[in-house]
Design a protein around this ligand. Structure first.
Ligand SMILES: C[S@@+](CC[C@H](N)C(=O)[O-])C[C@H]1O[C@@H](n2cnc3c(N)ncnc32)[C@H](O)[C@@H]1O
Length: 551
């Protein structure tokens, strides 16, 4: 026992040796237990045992640094064990989707052995999942230099190839879904990189913040491609069952978002930037677009960030920002089209609604692709429709009410002013009551002439009474009677697309017209392809556009 006032005595060399042997044994036991759990893919349990092993290694290394600094062999053996344990714990954490912590373990392991093969593979995979393609590529490149790479050559070259492709996509925006579309969406979903095009976040006249074009953008150009933070899908059968199932799905969706935000600091910081609808819209912080770029790593500076977002706030954020995949204004491509799916995507959450939108969204797997649905001028706000905009003002008011806001777009403002015209109200009522569609179109066109409605505004009103136009053009009988007194389908399709962006129902009328006229000349076909690009984006080549448009 140490005498009072005297320093504790160091154990003698024999006692130290015995203690060390015991610790060696304990380490061996922990290692084999952890390995067994790891091989059985019991990730949570193996993580626990690896953590004990790691602490023990670290304690021994730090105390050993004092006791046996000269024994390099002993030290390097311990460091090797530590590196391997960290590397395996990283894999367990990666499998448990705890990517932040897994990455930390990889970095610590690589701090000990900077070219540790298994760790480089694990780190590369994590970075790939975080859409950080260039550093992932570097990990796989370094791993491919290791002698162990020979046994894994095929897998490694596939990973290298994937990273190269995704890195190029994310830098250039060169995406091409044509082969997949032409193959009837068969086989695996195409792998897509995250991409941020010529856009920035600014204060919006519509509400709070919005996304804006930083240069002139032509129809079909990609604006944003991004992976969902969380998505929940299910098949809904029957209304009753559907509603309760929807509730179960919603709960699971909320839990997924809460889980992502609790496991990744950057994710929670980014989610924290979304509106919960409870703030003063004018006071909302305008984040720099750079923080949403895939190559952005680490922390996001944030003035009022709390480490974890409380459940109540997550719920309100989801209420405002989540999107349903198969909304009438979106298009689901490929295998998830039979499902009801709800998800949340970060950057698209800054896109406001407009009843005269200029962008559209496509869903491919868990990715959301936003492209220009018509030509956009530099500085113009990017908007997509949250609900069906081929409807009269009153109906749109109800739909935006369901979303919890009153739409303040140009088209709504214009239609509010002009809706004092009793004649227009009568036409809207007439459409609901099944009035003769040809006469309805004729009377609206006449009215617009008398009221002095011109240019885009004509497109607004035509979009509002689209039901009458499509019914007229779709009926030979009505066309025989009214055909000479109403504008041609080409004129109306063009003006509605110009005013309300690409929409499948409108474009279909245009395509049918071309088919009826026997295929159309070069100019006409170019016009149709432009409509197609507005609908499906430049991610499709002409052949694929033809297939989608049934041309
Ligand atoms: C997904 S957020 C869009 C981004 C939001 N402006 C922001 O600053 O975070 C949806 C919310 O934006 C507002 N909003 C979107 N489009 C609008 C519009 N056309 N008119 C008025 N408010 C709109 C509504 O409050 C809506 O609930």
């Amino acid at each position: 026992m140490a005498q009072e006032g005297q320093p504790p005595q160091q154990p003698g060399p024999a006692a130290t040796m015995a203690g060390e042997e015991q610790l060696d044994l304990l380490m061996q036991e922990l290692r084999s237990k952890a390995t067994e759990l790891f091989l059985r893919e019991q990730w949570a349990q193996s993580l626990q045992v690896y953590s004990q092993l790691i602490s023990l290694c670290q304690d021994r290394i730090s105390s050993g640094a004092l006791l046996r600094a000269s024994d390099q062999d002993w030290l390097s053996k311990l460091q090797k064990s530590l590196c391997l344990a960290l590397s395996n714990r990283a894999v367990a954490r990666y499998r448990m989707r705890d990517l932040d912590e897994a990455l930390r373990d990889c970095d610590e392991a690589l701090g000990i052995e900077n070219a540790h093969f298994k760790t480089l593979l694990c780190k590369g995979r994590i970075l790939l999942e975080l859409s950080r393609y260039a550093p992932a590529l570097e990990c796989f490149r370094l791993a491919s230099l290791d002698p162990q790479a020979i046994a894994n050559l095929e897998a490694l070259s596939r990973l290298l190839e994937r990273c190269r492709k995704l890195d190029l996509q994310s830098r250039t925006g060169n995406f091409d879904l044509s082969d997949w579309v032409l193959g009837g969406f068969r086989g695996e979903l195409p792998e897509l990189a995250e991409f941020v095009g010529a856009v920035e976040i600014k204060k919006s006249d519509l509400s709070g913040r919005g996304l804006f074009a930083t240069k002139n953008i032509d129809t079909g150009t990609l604006l944003v491609v991004t992976k969902a933070i969380a998505i929940e899908r299910g098949i809904l059968l029957g209304e009753e069952l559907g509603e309760s199932k929807q509730l179960v799905m919603w709960k699971s969706f909320v839990n997924r978002v809460a889980d992502s935000s609790s496991k990744c600091k950057r994710m929670s910081q980014l989610i924290g930037k979304l509106s919960s609808g409870e703030e003063d819209m004018g006071e909302l912080e305008v984040p720099d677009i750079a923080i949403f770029r895939p190559e952005k790593e680490g922390d996001v500076t944030c003035s009022n960030h709390q480490e974890t977002i409380e459940m109540g706030r997550i719920l309100t954020i989801l209420d405002v920002n989540s999107l349903v995949e198969d909304a009438i204004s979106a298009k689901v491509l490929g295998r998830n089209r039979d499902y009801y799916g709800v998800g949340i995507w970060l950057l698209p959450s800054f896109i406001n609604h407009s009843c005269c939108p200029n962008a559209r969204r496509l869903h491919v797997g868990n990715h959301l692709i936003v492209h220009a649905s018509r030509d956009i001028k530099v500085g113009e706000e990017i908007t997509f429709p949250y609900f069906d905009v081929l409807a009269p003002l009153e109906m749109r008011r109800k739909m935006s009410g369901n979303w919890g806001f009153r739409c303040s777009c140009k088209r709504c403002k214009f239609e509010e002013e002009i809706s004092s015209k009793q004649e227009l109200k009568d036409l809207e009522i007439g459409l609901e009551l099944g009035m003769d569609l040809g006469s309805l179109v004729y009377r609206l066109e006449e009215g617009m002439r008398r009221w002095g409605v011109r240019g885009k505004q004509k497109g607004y009103l035509r979009a509002s009474l689209w039901g009458a136009y499509s019914g007229t053009y779709g009926s030979e009988k009505i066309m025989r009677r009214w055909g000479r007194r109403v504008p041609t389908p080409e004129v109306v399709v063009e003006s509605v697309v110009e005013a309300a962006g690409g929409d499948e129902r409108v474009v279909k009328v245009g395509v049918e017209q071309v088919k009826r006229s026997g295929g159309g000349g070069v100019v006409e076909m170019e016009r149709v392809f432009k409509l197609g690009r507005g609908l499906y984006g430049k991610v499709m080549k002409k052949q694929a556009l033809r297939a989608l448009m049934e041309l």
